[in-house]
Design a protein around this ligand. Structure first.
Ligand SMILES: [Fe+2]
Length: 359
C-alpha cells in the first residue's frame, strides 16, 4: 500500500502535490511536538527534523523565515562591542554593512586571506597524528566504521573527516570560534543570537576530480537547522585543481529553487541541470589563498568540487539561530583559550551545542 502511494506520488505531479498538501498540517504538528521536546530535553526527535525538511520544501522556505522571525524576537542579538579584537582583527562598520547586504542579496561573502598563513600552518601541523573517518560512495560499512590516518602515500577515500570532538579540542579552533567578528556577522544575518553548530575539519585528497555523493561533491541544499550561516575556512591554498567550494548565487532565498528541483528533497542535482536552470553567471567557484573565509547560507545550492591534482584542507562551521534539527553535539574536554573560557561564561547560548566535560 505504502509502496503504491510512493509510486503514485513520484509518478504523478497531481498526486505528489495532493499528498504533500495532506501531509503539511501533520508536519506542522510534528514541528510543535519537536519544539516542545527540544525545549525540555535539548534534542530534536528525528521525525520532527524530517518534518522540518518537508515543511521547508512545501513552503519554499517561508516557514523557516517565519520561525526565524519569532526566534529573533525571543533571542535578539547580543551586544559584543566591548570585546577586544580576535584572530580576524578589526572590521570597519562599512564592511559589516557590505557583508550584511551581500549575504542577504546573494547568499555569500568572501573574506580574502583573513587568517594568517602562520595560523593555518600551525593548525595543519597538529593534524598529522590525528585519526579521521573516511567518506565515499564506494566504501564498505566496515571501512566507514574505522578510523584512519591521512596517509598521502595510501589514499583510500575521497574525503577524510576529523572526528568532531577532536575538532573542537584544537586550541586554534577554540580561538577562532571566540572571534567577535564572526559572531557579529552571524548575529546580523540571523537577526538573533547565534549558536555554534556543525564544526568540521577535513581533507579532500587529489583524485582527478571524481564526483562523490557521500563527500558532498554534487549540488545539494542543507537543512540541518532552521536558519544558519556557514563559514568555510581554507587552510591550504585553493584553486581549481584543489576542489574549491561552489555556490549558486541567490538560491538561499525563499522560492528561489524551482519547484521540480526542491521537491526532490535531499537528492543531489547534476552540474548540467544546475547550469541549465540557473545559468553560468550564477555558478560561483571560490578560489583563494590559505586563510580565506567563504561565508555562505548553505540553504542555497552548493557543493565541494572534487580535487584534481592538489589536496584541500577545510575547516567549516555554522552559527545557527537554534539547535533544533540535527542532534550532532560537540564535547569539549579541555579549554585551551582564555578568550573562549570568558565567552562561554558570558554568553552561554553561543556554545549551547557543546557539552563541557573537562578532565
Ligand atoms: Fe552541504
Amino acid at each position: 500500500m505504502i509502496d503504491r502511494l510512493i509510486r503514485l506520488k513520484n509518478g504523478s505531479p497531481f498526486f505528489g502535490a495532493l499528498i504533500r498538501t495532506i501531509r503539511f498540517p501533520v508536519d506542522c504538528l510534528l514541528l510543535v511536538y519537536g519544539a516542545t521536546y527540544h525545549k525540555l530535553f535539548g534534542l530534536t526527535p528525528k521525525i520532527s527534523h524530517l518534518a522540518l525538511v518537508r515543511v521547508f520544501i512545501f513552503t519554499d522556505g517561508k516557514m523557516n523565515d517565519l520561525i526565524s522571525f519569532f526566534l529573533s524576537i525571543v533571542y535578539p542579538p547580543l551586544h559584543l562591542h566591548s570585546l577586544s579584537d580576535g584572530l580576524l582583527g578589526g572590521v570597519a562598520e562599512s564592511e559589516y554593512h557590505e557583508i550584511q547586504s551581500k549575504l542577504e542579496k546573494d547568499g555569500y561573502y568572501v573574506l580574502e586571506n583573513r587568517l594568517s598563513a602562520q595560523y593555518c600552518e600551525k593548525l595543519e601541523a597538529k593534524l598529522s597524528d590525528l585519526s579521521y573517518q573516511i567518506r565515499g560512495d564506494k566504501l564498505k560499512p566496515e571501512e566507514l566504521a574505522r578510523l584512519y590516518k591521512y596517509d598521502r602515500s595510501n589514499i583510500i577515500a575521497p574525503h577524510y573527516v576529523l572526528e568532531r570532538n577532536a575538532v573542537t579540542s584544537l586550541s586554534e579552533v577554540q580561538e577562532l570560534i571566540s572571534d567577535p567578528v564572526l559572531i557579529r556577522i552571524a548575529q546580523s544575518y540571523l537577526r538573533s543570537q547565534a549558536i555554534f553548530t556543525g564544526l568540521t575539519l577535513d581533507w579532500t585528497p587529489p583524485l582527478g576530480g571524481i564526483k562523490d555523493d557521500a563527500a558532498a561533491q554534487l549540488y545539494h541544499w542543507d537543512m540541518e537547522r532552521i536558519k544558519w550561516i556557514r563559514f568555510f575556512i581554507y587552510l591550504t591554498d585553493v584553486d581549481h585543481e584543489s576542489g574549491p567550494h561552489c555556490f549558486v548565487k541567490g538560491t538561499h532565498l525563499s522560492g528561489s529553487i524551482p519547484r521540480n528541483l526542491i521537491n526532490r528533497g535531499y537528492a543531489r542535482i547534476s552540474d548540467e541541470e544546475v547550469l541549465n536552470v540557473f545559468g553560468a553567471t550564477r555558478i560561483l567557484e571560490f578560489v583563494g589563498k590559505k586563510g580565506t573565509i567563504v561565508i555562505e547560507d548553505s540553504r542555497g545550492l552548493h557543493k565541494g568540487l572534487g580535487a584534481i591534482s592538489k589536496e584541500r584542507l577545510l575547516m567549516a562551521f555554522e552559527l545557527s539561530n537554534s539547535t533544533f534539527g540535527n542532534n550532532k553535539r560537540h564535547t569539549i574536554t579541555k579549554i585551551h583559550s582564555p578568550r573562549f573560557r570568558d565567552l562561554i561564561a558570558a554568553y552561554p547560548r553561543l556554545y549551547s551545542n557543546f557539552d563541557f566535560n573537562e578532565v
